[in-house]
Design a protein around this ligand. Structure first.
Ligand code: G3P
Length: 214
């Protein structure tokens, strides 16, 4: 499974990259706003750090402006993937950009039907949101699994990004459904590394080492 970091924070990105586990980064308007820095400069800075794809989202809702914004974002770096919300205009913008060779990540996907349409429009990536489905009483990872099944069954080139990941439990479920990619907040990466038996095991080894013949 590829691991993307779901953040626009450059320090978090550098730290996770140095662990040797980073395959890409996803951002969205909320994550960009949180950093309080220029959007395009932030994306350019992230692209310089990451040896992988960096999703940057369009703001427009009409297809023509989506395509215009998408072309501008794609011009920042070869690493940029243009993120487009799933709407009718989003599908049209996706098909136009895909035909131009621009990779598109169709985001805000909440059903396998939406996933199918995005794949057919030529999305390089689709992002079903697990946590937000959980928020309204659905099983988010089940829907991510259904989206993954669409891609696998019909052999689309599209990769599934399990998004809106909130917990280590989500990450275990992503592995069970064999998600292509999970995009994860920094906090969840930290949680994935922790295990109380690892901590106590190290403490025990160090305590025993005190009594070893050296
Ligand atoms: O990858 C999408 C993500 O940023 C949304 O996460 O927790 O706001 O639903 P969340």
């Amino acid at each position: 499974m590829k691991i993307f970091l779901d953040t626009a924070n450059i320090e978090e990105i550098k730290e996770v990259k140095d662990l040797g586990i980073l395959d890409g980064v996803t951002t969205n308007p909320s994550l960009i706003a949180k950093e309080k820095k220029d959007f395009k400069k932030t994306i350019a800075a992230i692209c310089e750090v990451v040896n992988g794809t960096v999703s940057a989202e369009v703001i427009a809702l009409d297809w023509e402006t989506m395509v215009k914004e998408g072309r501008e974002l794609a011009a920042i770096s070869e690493h940029v993937v243009v993120k487009v919300p799933f709407t009718k205009d989003g599908l049209k913008a996706t098909s136009i950009m895909a035909a131009e060779g621009i990779d598109v990540n169709v985001t805000l996907i909440f059903s396998a039907n939406q996933a199918l349409l995005a794949c057919k429009a030529g999305a390089a990536y689709i992002s079903p949101f697990a946590g937000r489905l959980d928020d309204i009483g659905h099983d988010g990872i089940e829907v991510v699994g259904q989206c993954q099944a669409v891609v696998d069954t019909y052999d689309y080139d599209t990769e599934v990004i399990a998004a809106s990941i909130r917990s280590t439990a989500h990450m275990l479920q992503c592995q069970e459904i064999a998600a292509d990619i999970a995009t994860i907040p920094y906090k969840v990466i930290e949680q994935m590394m922790k295990h109380p038996l690892t901590t106590s095991g190290i403490e025990q080894f160090l305590a025993d080492w005190e009594n070893a013949v050296k």
